[in-house]
Structure formats: structure tokens, C-alpha cells
Design a protein around this ligand. Structure first.
Ligand SMILES: [Zn+2]
Length: 87
């Protein structure tokens, strides 16, 4: 019984390793990998741009105010809008 369990575990490890190697090669050596990295870079830059207020600088993600339409806003700008200080 024990050899069957060990053989099954080793087979599962082999399938996982071959799948990981195939996935890594797919991302490194094909245009799909380049496109995937480009999309990841775009999302990263968009996320950083969403956290950067032109007036108050970089804001923490947890401090941003989410508006009803789903966009986020700098908390200082939001407070100024509520107080009527901003256009
Ligand atoms: Zn602001």
C-alpha cells in the first residue's frame, strides 16, 4: 500500500512540475508572455496613478474615498469639496 501512495504522490509532483515548466516557458518565450507583462505593467501604473493626487501627492490605498460611480478620490480633496473650498 505504501509504494502505491508514494508513487501517486510522485506522479502528482511530476505533473505539477511539468505544468509549471510549461507555463513558465509559455510566459517567457512567447508573445503571450510579453503581452501578459505589458498588461501587468499597465495595471500597476494605473493603480499608482489612481493613488496620486495632483494637488496633495501620493495617497495610501486605504485612505482613498470611493465615490458612487466606483472611482476613488483623495480624502483631502473630498473633504474640501464637502466644505465647499474646492471648485
Ligand atoms: Zn487631493
Amino acid at each position: 500500500m505504501l509504494p502505491i501512495i508514494i508513487e501517486s504522490a510522485l506522479f502528482a509532483v511530476l505533473v505539477t512540475a511539468v505544468g509549471a515548466l510549461f507555463f513558465a516557458a509559455l510566459l517567457r518565450f512567447t508573445p503571450l508572455g510579453v503581452r501578459w507583462r505589458q498588461v501587468r505593467n499597465r495595471r500597476l501604473l494605473e493603480r499608482e496613478a489612481a493613488h496620486n493626487c495632483p494637488r496633495h501627492g501620493l495617497q495610501r490605498e486605504g485612505a482613498l474615498v470611493r465615490l458612487r460611480d466606483g472611482q476613488t478620490m483623495c480624502p483631502t480633496c473630498y473633504q474640501e469639496i464637502l466644505d465647499g473650498k474646492l471648485d
